[in-house]
Write a protein that binds this ligand. Structure first.
Ligand SMILES: Cc1cc2nc3c(=O)[nH]c(=O)nc-3n(C[C@H](O)[C@H](O)[C@H](O)COP(=O)(O)OP(=O)(O)OC[C@H]3O[C@@H](n4cnc5c(N)ncnc54)[C@H](O)[C@@H]3O)c2cc1C
Length: 404
């Protein structure tokens, strides 16, 4: 089949590669001039099953919520899994994330892809309350076969020798099998591989909202060409937070909101002062990872565009968390890259993966804060569904039609 993939973030690149592996003729469209320039640009990099969660617990809301965002928040309050339900949702996500990690490792080995990586994940609990709140999640991870080692504060400080002794720490958990990796670097490498397999990347190409009478005929505009029709047999929507306007004319309602997060990246000042493994501050929900010669601190979950200072406050939190745990690790007084990204977040925190009710239109969106960790698994599941094969994980919980 001739298949269009809309969006060349980590989801679109992995999806294009998986479809090309099945022998499809694939064209990827993205309005930006390079791959992974949207939400996939400067992620925290955490890509193991121990990181994934069905949605974020807390989304801070500022002023200026749109009607869509207010409606989404209201619906989310009702539909977000809570208590035991949340653990069930986590189990579903874990199956997908575990499969995703396997596929990522296999691809890296098969195609000789190397990226900046860091092994192991240390979860830090500042208080007894944080530790207790995380317990059901850690139990679910263990039940799923994820190695989770309880660590005392004293041992955590020995394992992470550079950690600031002045910051109170109640306890920690170490996940030796988890890891962090450079998402954008992976996307660029896989794009190269996909290109050699015949995938065409049409970058700087904006796709207009799909049309009801011919949903798989895209209207594509580039800086040098007027709107031009491009006919395909099928279309896979991988454009993350921008999916809503694209699908609206088809009557496809995607309950996805743009939740903003932030990242700062700075050159390592002294390697000995950086964390040994990737670190997650469970109180502030902030990750600290070593990405090659840089240290990256990422986190935040904000809805609403009316508060001009919200992004600033989010970035200040990142600096504070870095200073709390690893002061002096990065050159924060010199050329720090500050980045804001929009995560497409669904009501229940699970992705929308599979066929829509419009023939020929498939969805792979709504990965929230887990898009890098789920990318390869979702891509292969989608290729399985397109081919009529049964995927290795239960996809019913991710069905795009689950709200209809
Ligand atoms: C601060 C932060 C930290 C994060 N940390 C992690 C982490 O540690 N681990 C993890 O797993 N996930 C993390 N995430 C989440 C992850 O970044 C996202 O889930 C993931 O990048 C989504 O990828 P995507 O390809 O679906 O979307 P995107 O990367 O946003 O790609 C969508 C693409 O579609 C294109 N597009 C949109 N509309 C159109 C159109 N009409 N025509 C043409 N092109 C279009 C855009 O230009 C864009 O390139 C983080 C997110 C943020 C913001």
């Amino acid at each position: 089949m001739k298949i269009a993939v809309i969006g060349a973030g980590i989801t679109g690149v992995c999806t294009a590669h998986a479809l090309a592996t099945d022998g499809h003729e694939v064209v990827v469209y993205d309005r930006r001039s390079s791959v992974a320039e949207g939400a996939s640009f400067a992620t925290g990099g955490l890509c193991g099953p121990g990181y994934v969660e069905p949605g974020t617990h807390t989304i801070s809301t500022g002023l200026g919520l749109s009607r869509h965002e207010l409606g989404w928040l209201w619906q989310r309050r009702k539909q977000q899994p809570k208590g035991l339900e949340r653990m069930v949702a986590l189990k579903r996500l874990l199956s997908l994330a575990t499969w995703s990690r396997e596929r990522q490792r296999d691809l890296m080995q098969r195609h000789n892809i190397t990226i900046e990586q860091q092994d192991g994940l240390m979860l830090l609990f500042r208080s007894a309350q944080d530790a207790a709140l995380s317990q059901p999640r850690l139990d679910t991870l263990r039940a799923h076969g994820v190695s989770v080692q309880p660590v005392t504060a004293a041992l955590a400080r020995k394992l992470e020798l550079a950690m600031n002794n002045d910051t109170p720490l109640h306890s920690a958990a170490y996940l030796p099998g988890d890891s962090a990796g450079n998402c954008r670097q992976f996307a660029v490498a896989l794009k190269g591989m996909a290109t050699t397999m015949g995938v065409r990347f049409e970058l700087a190409s904006d796709v207009a909202p799909l049309q009801r009478r011919a949903p798989t005929c895209l209207t594509v505009t580039t800086p040098t060409t007027p709107p031009t029709p491009a006919l395909h047999d099928a279309v896979v929507i991988c454009n993350g937070a921008a999916a809503t306007p694209l699908l609206e004319p088809l009557g496809l309602k995607v309950p996805v909101a743009k939740v903003r997060g932030h990242a700062i990246s700075a050159q390592v000042r002294e390697p000995l002062n950086t964390p040994h493994s990737a670190v997650w501050d469970a109180t502030h929900r902030v990750s600290i990872t070593r990405i090659g010669h840089r240290l990256r601190v990422a986190g935040g979950a904000e809805l609403g565009t009316g508060d001009a200072h919200a992004g600033c406050r989010g970035v200040q939190t990142l600096y504070r968390v870095l200073h709390d745990w690893f002061p002096g690790a990065a050159k924060i007084d010199q050329s720090v890259q500050i980045w804001h990204g929009e995560q497409a977040t669904t009501l229940d925190g699970l992705p929308m993966l599979g066929p829509s009710h419009v023939p020929g239109v498939w969805l792979n969106i709504g990965h929230g804060s887990n898009g890098w960790a789920l990318a390869n698994g979702c891509a292969e599941v989608l290729a399985d569904l397109v081919a009529g094969r049964t995927p290795p994980v239960d996809v019913a919980p991710f069905s795009p039609g689950r709200w209809s």
